[in-house]
Design a protein around this ligand. Structure first.
Ligand SMILES: C[S@@+](CC[C@H](N)C(=O)[O-])C[C@H]1O[C@@H](n2cnc3c(N)ncnc32)[C@H](O)[C@@H]1O
Length: 342
């Protein structure tokens, strides 16, 4: 499929911000329809839920940046400490020029290490951030201002659509990265399906680098998602404010509280919004009237933690070969470098 037809299929408009930067974005209508369709189904189930991708409106992305700086949120600084090791450890795996493709790029702060590594090895660096949040516009502008030889093509859309776009783009080699343990938001089956999707969008010599959070002491995990300053609670509650502003609903965020627990039998942190009273919420644009009971939980996120045998199994089942695996000092987190297994 040509680039023009994939752009049409995904309903993207291309915005050119200058020689070094452009981005593709679907219409506001398409994004709003997705929100309406998904909520109409997920809030109508017995276990009400909201997909975590809806956390990330402008405010949600800002709050996530604050979470990354919290003392309890070990994930960001730990993954950065491993990325720093890659100055030495990644280049031996890179044979020839690579384009950097990032799923869920967010602020792109961690990506700077990878861009710097590629900059030392090749004349030009092409970066394709894919993120559902409009934060991509600002983070890309900051990168463009800081790197002379960087060309950025952003895709403000879901991982899946971004991958479809990339798959049809051209024949250059891609280093696809998926950091921040965002993969942990997928349930087991959906996670396998997503890994297969990544695998099938890769060409023979492409590489894939994924950041995964490892099983560890329950207290460390629960603290990370229940910080003392209440930023994670604000982040969780903000999804209701977002739905209010985009779909005209009347969620009263003072009638919900943040609830995060580690489920040891499933190796996952589960995050919910707990209703403080019986309440009725109207979501006009989704034509929904929700009855929510006192203490009822709306599920907003799972964050799976993995063991090394599980990681090996998942990746080999989905057609990957592990080229290398790197850890931090405490073995809290790992970065796994993969190629296609054929
Ligand atoms: C946990 S943050 C990680 C950000 C950054 N990679 C990091 O490691 O700090 C997840 C990022 O992925 C984006 N995101 C979440 N779900 C997404 C989806 N389904 N498709 C595309 N982007 C998504 C969010 O907007 C957010 O910027």
């Amino acid at each position: 499929m040509s680039l023009k037809s994939i752009q049409k299929k995904l309903e993207y408009t291309k915005y050119v911000v200058g020689e070094q930067l452009c981005y593709y974005e679907p219409s506001r209508n398409k994004s709003q329809n997705t929100l309406v369709q998904e909520l109409s189904s997920s809030l109508n189930k017995k276990q009400k839920s909201i997909n975590p991708k809806f956390f990330y409106d402008k405010k949600g992305s800002q709050l996530f940046e604050q979470i990354c700086k919290l003392p309890e949120y070990y994930l960001t600084r730990t993954e950065i400490s491993i990325l720093t090791q890659l100055y030495e450890k990644l280049p031996p795996h890179l044979n020839g020029d690579f384009r950097l493709v990032e799923l869920g790029s967010g602020s792109s702060k961690k990506t700077r290490t990878l861009i710097s590594i590629l900059e030392r090895l090749q004349k030009h660096v092409e970066y394709f951030p894919i993120d559902i949040s409009k934060i991509l516009r600002d983070s890309s502008k900051k990168l463009r201002d800081d790197y002379e030889n960087l060309h950025i093509t952003g895709i403000i859309d879901s991982y899946e659509s971004g991958l479809e776009f990339i798959k049809n783009y051209d024949n250059k080699k891609n280093l696809i990265v998926f950091l921040g343990s965002s993969f942990g938001n997928f349930d087991y089956e959906n996670g396998l399906e997503f890994l297969q999707k990544i695998n099938s969008s890769m060409k023979k010599d492409d590489l894939f680098l994924i950041g995964l959070d490892l099983v560890k002491d329950k207290r460390v995990l629960e603290r990370a998602y229940n910080d003392s300053q209440g930023v994670t609670a604000k982040f969780n509650l903000n999804v209701l404010s977002r739905i209010n502003s985009e779909l005209g609903s009347n969620f009263n965020i003072n009638k919900f509280v943040h609830h995060a627990i580690y489920n040891e039998s499933q190796n996952r942190v589960e995050i919910y919004l707990r209703s403080l009273e019986n309440q009725i919420v109207n979501i006009p644009k989704a034509r929904m009237i929700l009855q929510i009971k006192q203490d009822e939980l709306i599920h907003t996120e799972n964050s799976y933690k993995y063991t090394i045998p599980e990681i090996n199994k998942m990746l080999s089942m989905t057609g990957f070969r592990i080229k290398d695996i790197w850890y931090d000092e405490k073995q809290y987190f790992c970065l796994v470098l993969l190629s296609k297994n054929d």
